[in-house]
Design a protein around this ligand. Structure first.
Ligand code: NDP
Length: 245
């Protein structure tokens, strides 16, 4: 991992933050992105550099092709071409299907699925030239199990799972691995707002009977990004206390 250039989208909070810190500890040069939370992103950078690592934060809305383009340019200027891409930025919106507007559908699908595509497309160009790369997509168990009130979210995540497998097949000859990590219920801003009754119902469905920690996801991602995972590609791997099996 030493001196590899890693880009973590949505590294300002939650799972992305834990991944960025873990990669930083392993010696990668870590570029993190944020959409709105500049101050939180700066704190993550401080945390990594404070432990002797290398990191920098970049503003980029994954929904905005121009911002994504300039993100990749800037990361290349500062650290060099991206070698490890963690597509983590994502949003969830709950809405009953009959009331779901096209606008809400587009917002979720564009952020979670199209954002993954636009970042990956830019990253693989350099990875193919270098004949080395790691792409990890933070998808969700919702993409495998479905999610009531979250059909747009589940559809976007199922889409990323198919995208990961397709890219894995296409890029394997270039020594580039592509895997999807599917968390279950992880304690972050995304899940803390949930109603107590919903939360209890969710936990009852988890064999481990507890929420996961962002760190649980970060450990797997760090492994997949490293040399020891060189023969693992096209996989969809859950970190979920047994929710999906
Ligand atoms: P958080 O809400 O805690 O953090 C989301 C991150 O994504 C933030 O860094 C945010 O940036 C960034 N982000 C949101 N929208 C955009 C955008 N348009 N462009 C760029 N960045 C954006 O979420 P989690 O850490 O919980 O989730 C991370 C990933 O894990 C998501 O893809 C989510 O779907 C997935 N996941 C999470 C689960 C959970 O239980 N928490 C379960 C399954 C999957 P900013 O801070 O600037 O707003």
């Amino acid at each position: 991992m030493k001196d590899r250039v890693a880009l973590v989208t949505g590294g300002s909070r939650g799972i992305g933050r834990a991944i960025a810190i873990e990669l930083g500890k392993s010696g990668a040069k870590v570029a993190i992105t944020y959409n709105t939370n500049e101050a939180l992103a700066a704190k993550v950078v401080e945390e990594i550099t404070g432990k002797g690592g290398t990191a920098k934060a970049f503003k980029a809305d994954v929904n905005n092709a121009e911002e994504v383009n300039s993100l990749f340019k800037s990361v290349k200027e500062v650290f060099g071409p991206v070698q490890i891409l963690i597509n983590n930025a994502g949003i969830i919106r709950q809405c009953p299907l009959p009331l779901l507007s096209e606008q809400e559908w587009d917002e979720v699908v564009d952020t979670n699925l199209k954002g993954t595509f636009t970042c990956t497309r830019l990253a693989v160009r350099e990875m193919m030239r270098a004949r080395w790369g790691r792409i990890i997509i933070i998808s969700s168990d919702a993409g495998r199990l479905g999610e009531a009130m979250g059909s747009h979210y589940a559809a976007s995540k199922a889409g990323t799972n198919g995208f990961a497998k397709s890219a894995a097949r296409e890029l394997a000859p270039y020594n580039i691995t592509v895997n999807a990590v599917t968390p279950g219920y992880i304690e972050t801003d995304m899940t803390t707002g949930a109603d107590e009754a919903i939360r209890k119902k969710q936990l009852d469905s988890v064999p481990a009977r507890k929420m996961g920690d962002p760190q649980d996801v970060a450990w797997l991602v760090e492994f997949l990004a490293g040399e020891k995972a060189r023969y693992i590609t096209g996989q969809t791997i859950s970190v979920d206390g047994g929710l999906f099996m």
